[in-house]
Every structure is written in structure tokens, then in C-alpha cells.
Design a protein around this ligand. Sequence first.
Ligand SMILES: C[S@@+](CC[C@H](N)C(=O)[O-])C[C@H]1O[C@@H](n2cnc3c(N)ncnc32)[C@H](O)[C@@H]1O
Ligand SMILES: [Zn+2]
Length: 396
Amino acid sequence: MAGIIEEGRARIYFAEPAKISKSMGVFYNPAMKQNRDLTVLLLDSAGKASKPKMQIADPLAGTGIRSIRLLLELGKSKIRSISINDNSKAAAAAIRRKLKINKIRIGSGKGGGKIRISAKDANIFLLESTGFDYIDIDPFGSPARFLDAAAQRIARGGILAVTATDTAALAGSSPSACMRKYWAKPLRNMFMHETGLRILIRRVQLAGMQYEKALIPIFSYKGQYYLRAFFRCEKGRIKSAQIYKSHGFIIYCPKCLQSEAALELISKTCNSCGIRADYAGPLWLGKLADASIVAAMLGKSPEEHRQLLSAIRKESAIGRQWFYNVNSVCRKYGIRSPPPINELLKSLRNSRFIAARTHFDWAAVRTDASISEIVRTIKKGYRVGKAGSLPTSLGR
Ligand SMILES: C[S@@+](CC[C@H](N)C(=O)[O-])C[C@H]1O[C@@H](n2cnc3c(N)ncnc32)[C@H](O)[C@@H]1O
Ligand SMILES: [Zn+2]
């Protein structure tokens, strides 16, 4: 299939490849539409968290679709300039073609300010610049090698966005790759993607701290094939030190599924069953999103992203850095048919716990209840109901 298609307000020439891979060079990837949609939405909703007129950098721009969407969808009032860069020789031509199809003239900048196109290595492009209010690091694979230059060139009050598609490393399939690129130990379990996102966040923050920049997560999430985090940059030694104080570990017991957050790795013994537990980290233990920004995004979001944003908003109010996949819990504790998630949530709330779904896993709950309290709540529902089935209101 080939032809002109639309993404957001942009028009793109698209020829469907047999298989998307790194070796293809510059191409339009429809699977990353969600990533771009949420970028536009975040910059449109960040309010005081972003500068009124931004100098934008797209250092790994590919075909330039992201920048074109920002130009068309954020509009003149938000953009002072936009610098579109990609080191592939084919990219500059593809970007110019795309600007033309979308009737954007370089220089005049319909829908935006000054537009610059370059074909440098992303690090050189960033380091040769005087800095930006928004930098979007969107590579294939790991963003690690672009973080130092991005941290140097993000302005005070600016927003840094980072995508990682090497989820296998971050989520623990390849612990050695995670140690090398992200300087932390991952953990392959039911909440491995959240652990991966927290490891990624800390790694970006370490890059910022060197330059006395505190990179505070304002919105971060797991997409279908990637992890993504947006940070607001604040400057100062004290603020940077505060970031460091929220770096720690998650101790996880594979036997009873109990988890705990710890600032230091003093004891690795499970408090509940006494065995030697496993751990992940160091990682970011703080909030993954700023609830007011997510609420603003939700207010402007099209239907297709509302479920995700609504889940992120609700779960961001629960101060736990992990969640429980209900099927895994039931399997572990010999409970034959897992309860419907909504029933379990209701039941936990009736027992005065806070509980919500999580966007990381639609078959999971995030709650301040411990594993034994969750199991007790599920079993209580069983006793009340008939054998093999669950009552409609669990645990009441
Ligand atoms: C995932 S694609 C970018 C997709 C694009 N941001 C979008 O939203 O559609 C990554 C791009 O980075 C470019 N790239 C890879 N290494 C680079 C480097 N060292 N400097 C600049 N660009 C690089 C590749 O040519 C590729 O186009
Ligand atoms: Zn245990």
C-alpha cells in the first residue's frame, strides 16, 4: 500500500514496508503515532511547565514528521524556532519533501517560527547549539549516548523528552545491556516495565545532575514498543541533590511476591517469608507524572488516548512503585479463577486501601495493600461466593 495519508494535521507519503527495522534508514513509522500524538498533547498542555515561545530541537528527526506536526498543531504562538536534524543523508531531502507536501515554507514558517534543517550527528548538533527549550531524543534503541549532550543543552525551565525502544534491556531480558547502558540492575517480573521506566528516568537524571540540572518527570509511560519520559528542567545544586535523594531500590520476593522500596540496599531479606529476596536498581522512586499536567492532557485528548491518560492520572495518586498482576498472584497462591479487576478494586477500596488500575498492565492493580492483604481480599470473596465462582461484590 502506498499513498498520501494523514497523521494529526500532517500529510505524509507512506509506502508500507514488509518489516520495520533499523537498517531501513529514514522512514515513516505508523507504530509511533501514539508517541507523537502524546508529544503534541503534552506540549500543548504543559502550561506553566513550558516556555511561552519555545526553541525546539528534533535531533533524531527521521522524516521530520514529529517537527511538522509540532509546527502544524502547536501553532505560531508556541514556537520561536525549530531545528530538525538527522545524520542520515536521505533525511534532509525527506524533511524538505514533507515540509512542501504540508505547505510549510522554510524561513516563513507557516504555523511556526524559524525552521532550520541539518544533517549532523545528534550530539554535535546539540553541542554546537546555544541550547533549546524543548529537546526530543527519539532514537532507535537506547537513548543513552545522546543524554549527556541533551542534558547540557536543555534550558532552565525547558522540557526534555526521551524515548527508549530497547525495552528488552530495561525490562530485564538482557540485564548486562541494562547495566552497561543504564547503570542499574533490572528485574524480570510482573512489573518489569515500570522498573525499566524508573531505571531510564534515573539514568536521564544522572546526566542532568552533572550540570546541576534537576530533571523532574512530568509525564512518563509505557507505549506498545517503547518507554517514554518527559522532564522539566530546573537548575541548581540543591534541586539536583533532591533528585538524588529519590534514587533507590525495589526489593522483590519471588516466593511471596512482596515488594518494598528502599533508599539503600542494606537487607535483601523478605520481611514476610524471610528468604533472600531479589532487587532492582538504583532507580527513580518518585512520581512518574504530574497529575495536573495529565489532567490537562486528558481534557484535550482525542478518544483514542483517553483510557491511557485516565489510568495514568489515577495511578499517579498511589504511592507505590509496583503493581500486582492478578493472574500471577492467583497462580502463585493456588486461586483457581482470578476475580474481575473491577471487583477486586472495589473490594480493596471497601477495606480502606487505595487501589487503581495501571496503564502498564490492564490485568493488574496498583494499591497500597500488601500482598498478604490482597490475597486475603481475594479469598474473602471466594468464601462468600459459591464454590468456583465469585460473588458480584467481592469481600463485602
Ligand atoms: C526512530 S528514528 C526517528 C523517528 C522520528 N523522531 C519520528 O518521530 O518519526 C531515529 C533516527 O535517528 C537517526 N540517527 C541515528 N543515529 C543518529 C545520530 N548519531 N545522529 C543523528 N541522527 C541519528 C536515524 O537516521 C533515524 O532517522
Ligand atoms: Zn517473601
